[in-house]
Design a protein around this ligand. Structure first.
Ligand code: PMP
Length: 362
């Protein structure tokens, strides 16, 4: 393990070391199978056990009621930007979107291609530094659903409560904070997440959806675009992302070992607090992007006094084995992504580095 660095990348992102070790151990041959997960049929009993075990773990972790389906799809969260309106927005219907950052904007853009989209609130005028207050939401009670992004990965803006939407079905892009804290699934109609941040390597997208929505899909949808296909065939209509699902299973087992979502939630709170405290006590040298009540526990975003110094920060951090701290190309600055598997030791190392850096350059 000595040559591993602290990986602050926003996704694909760090995975738990015990998970990597087990995947490595089993890569030549799964015990009792004589082949690796990369080589076996998705119709085999071995793979059925993996995907069913993964679903069972997910149901247990998030206490998912029986009237919800759990799907393992491909195409990333980006495909969900299209599949959601294609399936659950009846022709002529309208959907409300709450926009708190770049991914929410992208979701709107895709939905607009197939539906009438109403932006129920956007904090773009505030440079996406916060989530909107309840009083700012202009919700339409006749909307087919309300869509929001629980954590905006680029801006580092996270909701710490669900938006109140009354009886309109709530749809959430939870790509970058899925299973980072306890979740009350019953508040949602559909949750989707590209798994490559908190749950798995890239390639698999988790969808958790209430069954009554399935009746909304139009009959003429392409087979792969229809949620009903994937429900009917238990995510095995076509060849699934087997390796990613196998690693997800190892991660769900690891999560259970961390005390489930309560346990990992406490650990994530503690890690984020260490970092925000360091930013807040820097006398303005480090400037947080998000407003305090909207700060993300997953993607900690901040600026330095000037851009050139941010480049120096990223380069010197990398030389100190703190990798992936450059902010997204669209907004600049620094972004420290500290997902479930990111170790507290790495946060401590970053804080020490930040203190030294400030002494040197202030
Ligand atoms: N939504 C959010 C919040 C994201 O962070 C990302 C990816 N960074 C996406 C959607 C797009 O996901 P994918 O690359 O899996 O399509």
């Amino acid at each position: 393990m000595t040559d591993r660095v602290f990986n602050f990348a926003a996704g694909p992102a760090v995975l738990p070391e015990p998970v990597l070790a087990q995947a490595q151990k089993e890569l030549m041959a799964l015990p009792g199978v004589g082949m690796s997960i990369l080589e076996i049929s998705h119709r085999s009993k071995t793979f059925q056990d993996v995907i069913q075990g993964c679903e069972a773990d997910i149901r247990k972790l998030a206490k998912i009621p029986a009237n919800y389906q759990v799907l393992f799809l491909q195409g990333g969260a980006s495909l969900q930007f299209s599949m959601v309106p294609m399936n659950i927005l009846p022709t002529g219907g309208k959907a409300d979107y709450i926009v708190t950052g770049s991914w929410g904007k992208k979701a709107v853009k895709e939905a607009q291609k197939v539906a009438t989209v109403q932006v129920a609130a956007t904090t773009e005028a505030d440079n996406f530094t916060r989530v909107p207050a309840k009083s700012e939401l202009k919700l339409d009670p006749s909307a087919a659903y309300v869509h929001y992004t629980s954590n905006e990965t680029i801006q580092g803006v996270e909701w710490h409560h669900e938006p109140e939407v009354g009886s309109v079905p709530l749809v959430c892009d939870a790509s970058s904070d899925i299973f980072s804290r306890p979740i009350d699934v019953t508040k949602y109609a559909l949750i989707y997440a590209g798994a490559q941040k908190n749950l798995a390597p890239a390639g698999v997208t988790l969808v958790i959806m209430r069954e009554d929505l399935l009746a909304r899909s139009p009959k003429n949808l392409g087979v792969m675009l229809d949620y009903n296909t994937h429900v009917k065939d238990k995510s095995l209509y076509n060849t699934p992302a087997g390796f990613a699902i196998y690693v997800m299973r190892l991660v769900t087992q690891w999560l259970i070992g961390q005390g489930g979502l309560d346990g990992i939630g406490r650990a994530n709170e503690a890690k984020a607090k260490i970092l925000y405290d360091a930013i807040d006590s820097s006398g303005g040298f480090y400037r947080p992007h998000a407003k305090p009540d909207s700060r993300s526990n997953m993607n900690v975003t901040f600026r330095l006094p000037y851009e050139g110094l941010e480049e120096t920060f990223v380069a010197e951090a990398k030389a100190n084995k703190l990798d992936g701290l450059k902010g997204h190309r669209s907004v600049g600055g620094i972004r420290a992504s500290i997902y479930n598997a990111f170790p507290k030791a790495g946060v401590d190392a970053l804080v020490s580095f930040m203190k030294e850096f400030q002494k040197k350059y202030q």
